[in-house]
Unconditional design. Structure first.
Length: 140
């Protein structure tokens, strides 16, 4: 049956196991080694699925930029409007008197989402950013 738990053993150096146990402890009382291993395997499988060009993904693109940069906000808005069918939402945060943080939620095929992210990240005035992808496919 697909939901039966299967046991297997893993051998690893003691120092690696000590670090792993520390991570398990940080994750809280409801987590144990098995739960954390399952979480890590699911995470790796999601990452692998998001590398398939035809995969449907959701992504969050987080960028930081100086809002005083010439026409930057207009350029960013223009890119998002060009792809309004893939831009689900965005949130704009004023970090300080010069810097803003924007989180843009994207949905679509991985290559299209990556292309939009690359275009935004490559826009002059964007200091840095990161795209994080996930899939809504069922994970066990």
């Amino acid at each position: 049956m697909p939901n039966d738990l299967m046991r297997f053993s893993v051998a690893m150096p003691e120092d690696l196991l000590v670090e792993f146990d520390e991570m398990v402890a940080r994750r809280g009382i409801a987590k144990n080694r098995s739960e954390v291993v399952r979480d890590l395997v699911r995470e790796a499988l999601i990452e692998a699925r998001c590398e398939v060009p035809a995969a449907q993904v959701m992504g969050t693109l987080t960028i930081v930029f100086n809002h005083h940069a010439s026409d930057l906000q207009e350029k960013l808005d223009h890119i998002q409007h060009e792809h309004f069918g893939m831009v689900v939402s965005s949130m704009h945060v004023h970090v300080d008197e010069h810097n803003c943080l924007e989180v843009i939620v994207l949905k679509g095929f991985v290559e299209d989402v990556q292309a939009i992210a690359d275009r935004i990240l490559g826009t002059k005035g964007v200091k840095h950013g990161k795209l994080v992808l996930t899939t809504t496919e069922e994970m066990h």
